[in-house]
Design a protein around this ligand. Sequence first.
Ligand code: ADP
Ligand code: ASP
Ligand code: MG
Length: 410
Amino acid sequence: MSLIVQKYGGSSVGNPERIRRVAERVIATQRGGDRVVVVVSAMSGVTDSLINLAREVSASPTERELDVLLATGEQTTIALLAMAINSGGARAVSLTGAQAGIVTDGVHTKARIANITPTEMQRFLNDGQIVIVAGFQGQTMEGQITTLGRGGSDLTAIAIASALDADLCQIYTDVDGVFTCDPRLVPSARKLDELSYEEMLEMASSGSKVMQSRSVEFAKKFGVPFEVRSSFHHLPGTRVIEETMSMENVVIRGLSVERNQAKVTIDGVPDRPGAAAAIFGALERANIVIDVIVQNVSRTGATDISFTLNKDDLDHARRTLEPVVKEIGARALLAKSGSAKLSVVGIGMRSHSGVAAKLFACLGAAGINIEMISTSEIKIAVIIDEADIARAANVAHDAFGLASGPMLAS
Ligand code: ADP
Ligand code: ASP
Ligand code: MG
């Protein structure tokens, strides 16, 4: 008898009919002879509307209360799914994150899981019940409700699979698996049968929201293999596993797109030790997450430093940096939103060259201007005008031949 953890995302439980479908699938899994733990998200749109509600009563809602509010989304789904299963002829019990033994740190709205005590889940499993756990939430040692960041139900599922030493962890969603690029943006995108943790992590952290990046980080760290697949049919999805030798032959695995980026340039920064530290230290203290950073070569004793960030953080960054610009004697602070990032990901890039040249050439031929470039061992990313992002993704997807099969090393 195997133990299976299944996670159903918001659109898979988006209405009563879909919840009944999920109930049937879960019951069929148990009848197949397996023990089942199910993790569910809030019904689609619910988390967003709760956030909007909070903003209607407060310009800056307190984070502790936001967590109390947002946790209700998942709590609704666990109860509904357990009811649907109970009336479908099997026995299910719903557990909040706290009841499931999920203990987190106290960083409200983006808490990290500290540990899971699975005794309650095990007790119900041993009793032959299907256990339904609310994703995205936990509690601190002191009993405060916390949430795990957007997309956090993925993390709940992976962490529970690890804590229970499950045989299988399935992430059910509204697409057939992980594609070479978001299929809603690139219609010719192809479903991948498998990819490595590292590639999934680079894709997730550069904008492929099909998996929450922290959940992939957790899976990689604790060696939890998982599968991303559709809740709308029974076809196999994408397996995310430890890297194998043959994976290195695939130069490019896929593309990611991240919209809503903004660019800040600090002009005329005196070229002396401590200037960059003053700028980025201030941003760090303000908890502003920075992505691509570029510093120009100094010709006249002064240089420019540019960086990107999420456009929602732009005003905060501007307010934070205005005094710093004066303090270090820089000339000006220029800010612009309306940028997006296109990333090309593949572990084969470690040992094969030419990817950057090919990417720049196809964007150039399409008349798309590159504003910034950043690279890591297995990724090349460019910042471009947001208006060009769909065209850029499609052009690059074609240039790397991703629709017809992986780009293999020659
Ligand atoms: P869930 O509610 O099931 O957690 P999400 O909306 O979080 O689902 O993630 C699924 C969505 O991720 C898809 O509908 C798709 O538009 C998007 N997506 C982005 N990049 C990719 C990719 N590379 N492969 C598949 N889906 C992707
Ligand atoms: N409901 C949460 C969100 O919308 C968590 C999740 O769906 O994974 O981000
Ligand atoms: Mg999700």
